[in-house]
Ligand binder design. Structure first.
Ligand code: C2E
Ligand code: MG
Ligand code: MG
Ligand code: MG
Length: 282
């Protein structure tokens, strides 16, 4: 048979593509039954206030498949493409609220942040589902925070604002996750009727260089547009100090704590001073 000019390069290229594709197909197939096989669980990462006390936890999905942890960065997009994210997202809401109810029993005011996929937010049953879960676990609405990305505000503004405000009327808070990494125009940002902005980790990582200007700008906008700010991915004392100097009220990152297994998160709470917890996310 005829060989090309760079047969080895092409061979490697095809192997990579093929390997990626085969992995996608395998994981997709495995994801079909993952919920029923109880392969998902949640971990909880603390969010702290200016004095370093935990005010909230972010629920983060984990998937153990054949003894291996697969990152949500890999499996969430797969579930979004297959539509399976709606069912999985409801499971996350349910689990997170169950945990929140446990924490409320231990402490007066601690919040739970739950990531909501665009597909899940746009689903017809979304508002109803959230309401039902809140009622089932008798959760005070204001303790539930839903993290969405800028992308949900790009189209269907009427529908989006209606859903957001319906839940806000129940007390539920909205945060914009990974802020700054989307491509929202300033007018879209102006019309986002949310309670919190989470500045993406990439800006915190570079805060000693150009990131500082972005963090300061977000702080300024937050005051005029009336939302509060959370810094994501704080890893060093230097970063924490610079964020404090900018007046950032809430922070999250490995510097404070990695995501914790449920038991450890509950213990983490027990050891924290109750008075400090009583304020929650303001
Ligand atoms: P995210 O919502 O922005 O969550 C923050 C991610 O950053 C988490 O990764 C967390 O473990 C990681 N992180 C926190 N602090 C630090 C730090 O100081 N340094 C570094 N390098 N990383 C830090 P994780 O758990 O792998 O989740 C990745 C993404 O997957 C999340 O980003 C979120 O977009 C998505 N995701 C996770 N759980 C869910 C879920 O239940 N539903 C949906 N729709 N998406 C989820
Ligand atoms: Mg998040
Ligand atoms: Mg984020
Ligand atoms: Mg994210």
């Amino acid at each position: 048979s005829q060989k090309g000019k760079y047969p080895e390069r092409f061979a490697f290229y095809n192997l990579d593509l093929e390997r990626n594709l085969r992995r996608k197909i395998t994981l997709n197939e495995a994801l079909k039954g993952a919920l029923d096989r109880n392969e998902f669980r949640l971990m909880y990462q603390p969010i702290v206030n200016a004095s370093g006390h935990v005010v909230s936890f972010e629920a983060l999905m984990r998937w153990r498949y054949k003894g291996q942890e697969i990152s949500p960065v890999e499996f969430i997009p797969l579930m979004e493409q297959s539509g399976r994210i709606v069912e999985a997202g409801n499971w996350v809401l349910e689990e997170a609220c169950k945990m929140l109810a446990k924490m409320v029993q231990q402490n007066a005011e601690i919040c739970m942040c739950v990531n909501i996929s665009l597909i899940q937010f746009y689903d017809k049953g979304f508002v109803n589902n959230v309401n039902q879960v809140i009622e089932r676990y008798a959760i005070p609405g204001h303790l539930l925070h839903l993290e969405v990305t800028e992308s949900i505000f790009q189209s269907e503004q009427m529908m989006v604002n209606q859903k957001v405000s319906q839940l806000q009327q129940r007390g539920v808070k909205f945060s914009v996750d990974d802020f700054g990494t989307g491509y929202s125009s300033l007018s879209v940002i102006q019309n986002m009727n949310v309670d919190y902005i989470k500045i993406d980790r990439s800006f915190i990582q570079h805060i000693e260089l150009k990131g500082l200007a972005i963090v300061q700008a977000v702080m300024n906008i937050s005051q005029s547009l009336n939302f509060s700010v959370i810094a994501e991915g704080v890893e060093t004392e230097k970063q924490r100090q610079m964020l404090e100097d900018c007046g950032i009220p809430y922070m999250q990152g490995y510097y404070f704590s990695r995501p914790l297994e449920q038991e450890n998160a509950l213990n983490y709470l027990k050891t924290a001073p109750e008075q400090e917890l009583a304020t929650g996310l303001a």
